[in-house]
Ligand binder design. Structure first.
Ligand code: NAD
Ligand code: LMR
Length: 333
């Protein structure tokens, strides 16, 4: 039997975690032969509901769930963690943009970055989910100078999954037959879901869909899907976000399938001319716990314009939180 790995989750009594924790405990995130220790982190006032969740997890008698610990502070919560899921943050309400959460949520991620830097396993993999996820990932990573920025990622897999799911529904194809979609940029209403390279049952998607529908309806539908869910259910997506977290982490740890890639918010190395240092969603292939940006894709003028627009938004967000971004050191790369 393998040694258990430590998984820290913040916002563990929140809506996303309510779906996520049970999936992790069944082995869906790391692997079906890998025991896990759950280190659950919450605000002091949410410790009582968190205890209830821990009781329910125990009552499922999951064979892979080695143990659970509960923490009302991030410093203890991430000790020795191999994987950290930063979910705890304020969600937006109807009519808000995710960037409006920046001032409320940014300081949380500076503190959490410092705690991860001090206390987590040196090979930790971090996924930032709390919004605005890309810029929060930037803040967390810049506050963890002893770790590589490549150890920090932001969740754009939900947008990637939405792109596949909605395209499948439109074309009648099974989602698994839809490959090589890309979501570029920010997890926000400027993100660019790109179907230029996508295939459906091995044939170019562009030969199977109407360009007018793609440009005038599809792109906006993906960009605004989060708001549509908030308007319909009164709370932001939770179960689909949990599923996307599972997919993101599973692929990062275990690798992406051949002939496909996934979208991940990662630190830009300047690929495709995107500003170095911002956390931007790129198409990546993962293998043995590492990821690499897919290079050499042809970028049309239309795509370039969309990619620049979402890049500019991330540059603006970075400037807004400038005081939470300690200067980069040589060792941090
Ligand atoms: P929620 O309000 O249901 O739960 C959030 C939980 O986090 C609460 O229990 C709260 O007590 C806790 N929390 C707040 N600050 C904390 C801190 N500093 N440390 C530990 N715990 C803390 O919200 P939710 O629906 O679970 O969403 C959480 C976040 O994820 C929101 O910011 C939301 O916008 C974001 N989100 C992102 C994506 C994505 O694709 N990137 C998708 C869905 C939601
Ligand atoms: C989503 O995309 O569903 C989440 O980021 C929640 C939100 O605020 O839209």
């Amino acid at each position: 039997m393998r040694r258990p790995v430590r998984i820290a989750v913040t916002g563990a009594a929140g809506s996303i975690s309510h779906s996520l924790l049970f999936k992790i405990a069944t082995g869906e995130m790391v692997g079906h032969d890998q025991p896990v220790i759950l280190q659950l982190v919450e605000m002091p006032e949410a410790m009582e509901p968190l205890r209830g969740i821990a009781m329910e997890l125990e009552d499922c008698a999951f064979p892979l769930l080695h143990s659970i610990s509960l923490h009302d502070n991030i410093e203890e919560g991430v000790v020795g963690a191999h994987y950290v899921m930063l979910i705890g943050a304020k969600p937006r309400g109807p009519g808000m943009e995710r960037s409006e959460l920046l001032t409320a949520n940014a300081p949380i991620f500076a503190k959490q970055g410092k705690a991860i830097n001090e206390h987590a396993n040196r090979d930790v993999k971090v996924l930032v989910v709390g919004n605005p996820a890309n810029t929060n990932a930037l803040i967390a990573s810049r506050n963890a100078p002893d770790l590589s920025p490549a150890q920090f990622t932001a969740l754009t897999r939900l947008d990637h999954n939405r792109t596949r799911g909605i395209l499948a529904n439109r074309t009648g194809a099974n989602p698994k037959a839809i490959r090589q979609v890309i979501v570029w940029g920010n997890h926000s209403s400027t993100q660019f879901p790109d179907l230029r390279h996508a295939t459906i049952y091995g044939e170019p998607a562009f030969r199977q869909i109407d360009q007018k529908w793609y440009r005038e309806q599809f792109i906006e539908k993906i960009q605004k899907r989060g708001s549509a869910i908030i308007d319909a259910r009164g709370h932001s997506s939770a179960a689909s976000a949990a599923q996307a977290i599972i997919n993101h982490m599973y692929d990062w740890i275990n690798g992406t399938p051949e002939n496909d890639w996934v979208s991940m918010g990662i630190v830009s190395d300047g690929s495709y001319g995107i500003e170095k240092g911002i956390f931007y969603s790129f198409p990546v292939r993962c293998d043995y716990g590492r990821y690499q940006i897919v290079q050499g894709l042809e970028i049309s003028e239309f795509a370039q314009q969309k990619m620049t627009e979402t890049e500019q938004e991330l540059i603006d967000e970075m400037r807004t939180v400038g005081d939470l971004l300690p200067a980069e050191t040589e060792e941090s790369h």
